[in-house]
Design a binder for this molecule. Structure first.
Ligand SMILES: Cc1cc2nc3c(=O)[nH]c(=O)nc-3n(C[C@H](O)[C@H](O)[C@H](O)COP(=O)(O)O)c2cc1C
Length: 316
């Protein structure tokens, strides 16, 4: 088998929670590292759902790096203490989030146009927590692609384990093409282990990127794995998993996630339905269109289950 790069599962707020990660890890596998969606301070506290999501007990069998987002070093202290109490030694810092509410307060990609703020945040956190290994996840910039290049001399001097670059601008959100020549400019000058992230949906997409950037340290995949949860395994094995087996595994994934949400969620049928609709949003995009639409429209669990059974039986 030819050499393959480690695959990291991208954090996707609302999608890749502990329940999903754990089920994915043991049903599909192929992932080197999972990340929590970003943890942040809200009204002076860490959200209860983030505390549960990061708890070791809920993440057994998963190699997990928690991620944080903050605009200033003093906002980090409580999150860092929480991660350290939970015995995490690797932590990822988000400099890529494009959500307008966070960006306007210079969080995530909103900090990229301000190199002094990035320097202050990163150097303070690294100095204050010498026992922790840090990595960062960023975009090319908020407004223009020079922003990441301006930061690169600083990033090259910091003891980062790796950098994950998503080659879009913050203001693009997730629209438009990824900018591979923007990625290349950063790649050429980056001394740290660099991971590529963005729009990898097939083994062929992965090959295109790894051939163009042979010194990559890894790949991060988000929506491609939500659509085809076997993608990392397929890349590692160098072969496609037969559709029948994918569907069988999706069925197991669905059962485990459903049962876990049912046990865990306190909001009853409505909340369970909402979470399960999110579960299906990217999954199996080529599957029976009508069944997917019925899942999306279901207002009762009985309707939901009729749609699920129709969807699975359409593969028989
Ligand atoms: C709904 C949604 C939620 C996301 N949440 C996070 C997050 O919490 N932290 C983060 O670093 N990136 C987040 N991202 C960005 C993804 O991790 C990833 O960088 C992006 O989707 C591009 O990769 P992909 O094309 O492989 O999905 C999110 C993206 C989406 C679409």
């Amino acid at each position: 088998m030819s050499y393959t790069l480690p695959i990291h599962f991208a954090p996707l707020q609302g999608y890749t929670d502990a329940t999903y990660r754990r089920a994915h890890a043991h049903i599909f596998g192929g992932i080197d590292t999972y990340y929590t969606p970003f943890v942040r301070m809200e009204h002076g506290e860490i959200r209860r759902k983030d505390i549960r999501d990061t708890n070791r007990e809920y993440n057994l069998g998963v190699h997990l790096i928690p991620q944080l987002i903050a605009s200033k070093p003093d906002k980090l202290k409580q999150i860092m203490s929480f991660f350290i109490e939970n015995r995490y030694k690797d932590i990822n810092i988000n400099l890529g989030c494009p959500f307008p509410m966070l960006v306007k307060r210079h969080n995530g990609a909103g900090m990229l146009p301000y190199p002094e703020e990035v320097k202050n945040l990163l150097t303070t956190i690294i100095e204050n927590y010498p026992q922790i290994r840090f990595s960062i996840k960023l975009r090319l910039g908020w407004e223009n692609t020079n922003e990441c290049l301006t930061l690169l001399p600083l990033l090259n001097t910091l003891p980062l384990t790796h950098i994950i670059l998503h080659p879009r601008l913050g203001k693009q959100q997730y629209k438009g093409e990824v900018n591979l020549s923007g990625f290349e400019n950063f790649y050429n000058e980056c001394d740290k282990p660099l991971l590529y992230n963005g729009d990898l949906h097939t083994i062929e997409d992965i090959q295109t990127v790894t051939e163009r950037f042979p010194k990559l340290a890894g790949l991060m995949i988000g929506r491609g794995l939500l659509s085809n949860p076997a993608l990392a395994w397929e890349y590692q094995q160098g072969e496609k998993l037969p559709l029948k087996e994918i569907i069988e595994k999706v069925r197991l994934l669905h059962t485990e996630v459903y049962n876990h949400y049912k046990e865990q969620l306190e909001g009853g049928e409505k909340q369970l339905l909402m979470k399960m609709k999110v579960f299906w949003e990217y999954l199996l995009p080529d599957s029976n269109h009508k069944a997917k639409k019925t899942i999306h429209k279901a207002t009762k669990l009985t309707d939901y289950w009729i749609a699920i059974n129709n969807l699975f039986s359409s593969y028989k």
